[in-house]
Unconditional design. Structure first.
Length: 511
């Protein structure tokens, strides 16, 4: 890996047609076979080549500057110098640099090349043009590449994974930086944004950065210039992956994701745990296997199991009650009435008038809930399962509304999420009862001036950590309100991540 590996005899094609298949570089060692892409930002041509000494295919990132273009020649020298430093990096998500051909100048163009291991499979452009992988498969594909970004940054290097034709997907379904040699002005932030752009591409088929492949459609933007979320384009995209793509693409100081390790962690957790994606020779997901016996049950099966257990418990209570009645009848007198029972009561007072009605204790009465909607203050389109929110007040504890399944607990992606309850008249609630199977969920109950009030405009009335089953939450007295917010600040932990369910919500007020 030195200047001796280049030479003026390495270029056999005319400058006007250079480079072309059959051209050799490095004193005749590397023969160009086929051009597979190009990165016009740095004048890089991406070639599949052949190492005639070791008889193996190699990847060549070939830099070309026009004769007399001193600025481009200097950029090539800077890119090659950076590639030399990256030769010590060995990581699964990036092809290993084998050789560096330093800039070769003469009467023709300035030429240099970075030689790396050949990565079989296909690049991201070819992959998405054929078909988009399922979101979980996309996450699994990109996780090794995110790991390579983290490895490079820990070593003080820049990977250069912000161009779709530099990244190839292997036959076993792993994305890999196949053509090392990033532009000289690229920094670590560009690597993270490249990961976000690659994820956006696999989820939507659109490229979200400047200078990508000309055959790919660009990512759409809203009226304010912000990227449209992948989930808005494809509702089947999980919230975690949609948010990860946007936050990885965000610029500095915008609260985005800034490290490859953070991206890798979410990608690995987003990859489906109970399915396995096999791939064909193209790198596309081809076969899906069902869960093994040791794989956690999916949410639908767990829901049915809980309902079955609840029905069994009710039946057991009925049977026990029937036996109790039969047992008690043994001790009744001949008239069939129960034996006298002494009950301790309040101290005696003055006798009540004969016709006075017996005093009735104050009993909390349920409040009719007339309106329900998911309360979401995030900017991501599509509130969690909004179509099911009516189930929290349908009188059937066997149905429920649930949040999405989050692979990172709040507030990693959201400050919280809630359900806004609306009443037909102002009420002063005394307590709120929640029936839920999501043990450990933390909720706040807040009075709101309207259904779309900002969170900081609401008033905290009570808070609780839900138990499995029924949880009653006493509320502080305050002004009557038409809107009451059940605000979830911490989700329950599940086998698959973090998710909470609300089966029934009841609001009580004193008569």
């Amino acid at each position: 890996m030195s200047a001796e590996s280049t030479g003026s005899g390495g270029m056999r094609a005319a400058a006007a047609a250079w480079p072309a298949p059959g051209t050799v570089l490095g004193r005749g060692r590397y023969r160009l076979l086929a051009e597979v892409g190009h990165d016009d930002r740095s004048g890089a041509r991406l070639w599949r080549g052949r190492d005639s000494v070791l008889e193996r295919d190699v990847a060549l990132t070939v830099f070309v500057a026009r004769p007399g273009d001193t600025g481009a020649a200097e950029r090539i020298r800077a890119a090659v110098a950076r590639a030399m430093r990256s030769a010590r990096l060995e990581t699964a998500g990036a092809a290993r640099v084998l050789d560096v051909l330093e800039p070769e100048t003469g009467a023709g163009p300035t030429v240099a090349a970075v030689v790396a291991e050949w990565t079989p499979g296909r690049d991201l452009v070819e992959l998405v043009q054929q078909d988009l992988p399922p979101p979980a498969v996309a996450a699994s594909m990109l996780a090794p590449l995110a790991g390579a970004v983290d490895d490079a940054h820990r070593a003080g290097l820049v990977l250069g994974c912000d161009h779709p034709e530099r990244i190839r997907v292997t036959p076993d379904g792993h994305a890999r930086l196949a053509f090392p040699g990033p532009p000289p002005d690229a920094g670590p932030r560009d690597d993270v944004r490249g990961l976000g752009a690659a994820l956006y591409l696999l989820l939507t088929g659109r490229w979200a950065l400047d200078g990508g492949s000309t055959v790919l459609p660009t990512a759409p933007r809203g009226p304010d210039g912000t990227l449209v979320s992948p989930r808005s384009l494809h509702p089947s995209v999980p919230l975690e992956l949609s948010t990860l793509a946007l936050r990885s693409l965000a610029g500095s100081g915008t609260g985005g994701v800034h490290t490859g390790a953070a991206v890798q962690r979410v990608l690995e957790r987003s990859a489906t745990d109970d399915t396995d994606a096999a791939t064909d020779g193209s790198g596309r997901a081809a076969v899906w296997h069902g869960p093994d016996e040791d794989t956690p049950q999916p949410p639908e099966q767990r829901k049915k199991l809980r309902i079955g257990v609840a029905m069994l418990a009710v039946a057991s209570l009925l049977i026990i009650g029937w036996f109790g009645v039969q047992f008690a009848s043994i001790f009744t007198d001949g008239s069939g009435g129960p034996p006298p029972v002494v009950v301790e009561g309040p101290p005696p007072g003055p006798p009540a008038p004969p016709d006075a009605p017996a005093p009735q204790p104050a009993v909390a009465a349920p409040v009719r809930i007339d309106d329900l909607e998911v309360y979401d203050i995030s900017e991501d389109a599509g509130a969690d399962n909004a179509e099911d929110v009516e189930l929290v007040a349908d009188g059937d504890p066997g149905t429920e509304w649930s949040t999405d399944n989050y692979f990172e607990p709040f507030p990693a992606y959201r400050e919280g999420l809630g359900v806004m309850l609306g009443f037909d008249e102002p009420v002063t609630p005394e307590s709120l009862v929640i029936e839920s199977s999501s043990d450990g969920t933390v909720v706040e109950i807040r009075a709101a001036s309207s259904a779309d009030a900002d969170l900081d405009e609401t008033t905290l009335l009570g808070t609780a950590t839900l138990r499995e089953g029924r949880t009653e939450i006493p509320l502080q007295s305050g002004e009557p309100t038409r809107d009451l917010l059940v605000w979830i600040t911490d989700l329950a932990e599940t086998e698959d991540g973090n998710q909470s369910e609300l089966s029934e919500v009841s609001v009580l007020r004193a008569r």
